[in-house]
Design a protein around this ligand. Structure first.
Ligand code: KG4
Ligand code: ZN
Length: 340
């Protein structure tokens, strides 16, 4: 028994074949970073066209690695929410077509729940109940999770996502796209105390986040208020590294402090963290310290399962066991409903 999982929510085209015990028999990812680089962000129209070109070779590659025939696939699972509409559609149409052609059940995956499931996927024991923190390019959300599929949304960003802030700060300093890895690399040589950047809402007794004020503060640190263009000539590598380190410290402080607040509020002993930003070394280090001090268990998705991939689609086995199948009229749901 094996699942075929498909992921096309943003700019990664991915497919995986995962057996019932959670062994990954095949996994393929085609990234689009080069296509979006010069725009310093994902361009939806380019992303969906690229998915169309890549989806079949990627699925084929995952199936070939797994050396599995279609008749031995148990079900086809696809991330249908949240994400870019055009991107989601490509994966969904591929999944529905294969489900119809091969007469297989279809399973709908919530991409954010899958990001968190990456933690359960690598844990020998159950991680539930836990607080789940998803930090990605599109989302920064906290959940109280009583199982892989039962998640109570506690709060999230009211403006930019954490990863988006990394990408925009990188764009201000022309560090390339995606910005997270570049900012974190430079940050490792900078002084996190060089700039006292704002930690919005850090002391507020709720689970929302805001990163747009931080982004503006970074911009002012680079050019000063009121200027239109960034005066990069005056910024040497040390100055850039200091901005990166101070910015990263502000993001990390807020994420860690809100996650700890949620762990305490919901009296759980486990924190799970997933999503692209969870690959950030400083965030991982700071979370580990906090878990040590706070006496709670911490599972962070391994770096290769932080950024978008289809392996985290193994969450579909949980739905399979519950008998939660989708019908062929399953639609995409680009935005998040409250409660997700
Ligand atoms: O989860 P993901 O691959 O896609 C979404 O679902 O959004 O996350 C991508 C985001 C990008 O904003 C990228 O800059 C950020 O994750 N990212 C990082 C790091 N690696 C990727 N941010 C900070 N530090 C990193 N090492
Ligand atoms: Zn993602």
């Amino acid at each position: 028994m094996a699942l075929l999982t498909i992921e096309t929510t943003c700019d990664e085209t991915a497919a995986a074949v995962i057996d019932r015990r959670g062994v990954v028999l095949g996994s393929a990812i085609a990234t689009q970073e080069k296509l979006h680089e010069r725009f310093t962000g994902v361009v939806p129209e380019i992303a969906s066209r690229a998915h169309v070109e890549r989806i079949l070779p990627v699925i084929d590659s995952a199936l070939t690695q797994a050396a599995i025939k279609p008749e031995n696939i148990t079900a086809i699972a696809v991330a249908h929410t949240p994400g870019l509409a055009g991107s989601l559609l490509v994966g969904l149409v591929a999944a529905k077509t294969l489900a119809a052609a091969w007469q297989k059940p279809l399973i709908a995956i919530n991409h954010l729940h899958a990001h968190l499931y990456a933690c359960q996927f690598v844990s020998p024991e159950s991680v539930y109940p836990c607080i789940g923190l998803v930090v990605s390019g599109g989302h920064t959300s906290l959940y109280h999770c009583t199982s892989a599929l039962d998640l109570e949304y506690l709060g999230g960003t009211i403006d930019d996502a954490a990863g988006e802030a990394f990408d925009k700060v990188a764009a201000m300093m022309r560090l390339g796209f995606p910005g997270g890895p570049a900012v974190s690399r430079l940050a490792s040589t900078g002084d996190p105390k060089a700039h006292a950047f704002p930690r919005s809402m850090i002391h507020d007794d709720h689970f929302n986040f805001s990163f747009s004020g931080l982004k503006t503060a970074v911009r002012y640190a680079i050019v000063g208020p009121g200027k239109q263009d960034f005066d990069l000539v005056k910024m040497d590598d040390v100055a850039k590294a200091n901005v990166c380190a101070s910015f990263q410290a502000a993001v990390v402080d807020v994420l860690v402090s809100k996650a700890i607040r949620a762990v305490r509020r919901y009296h759980v002993t486990q924190l799970c963290v997933g999503g692209g930003v969870a690959a950030n070394r400083e965030l991982r280090r700071s979370l580990e310290q906090a878990a040590g001090r706070g006496g709670f268990r911490l599972t962070i998705a391994p770096p290769e399962l932080c950024t978008d991939n289809a392996v985290m689609g193994a969450i579909a086995w949980e739905k399979f066991h519950r008998g939660e199948f989708a019908t062929l009229d399953l639609d995409i749901q680009p935005g998040l409903q409250r409660g997700y």
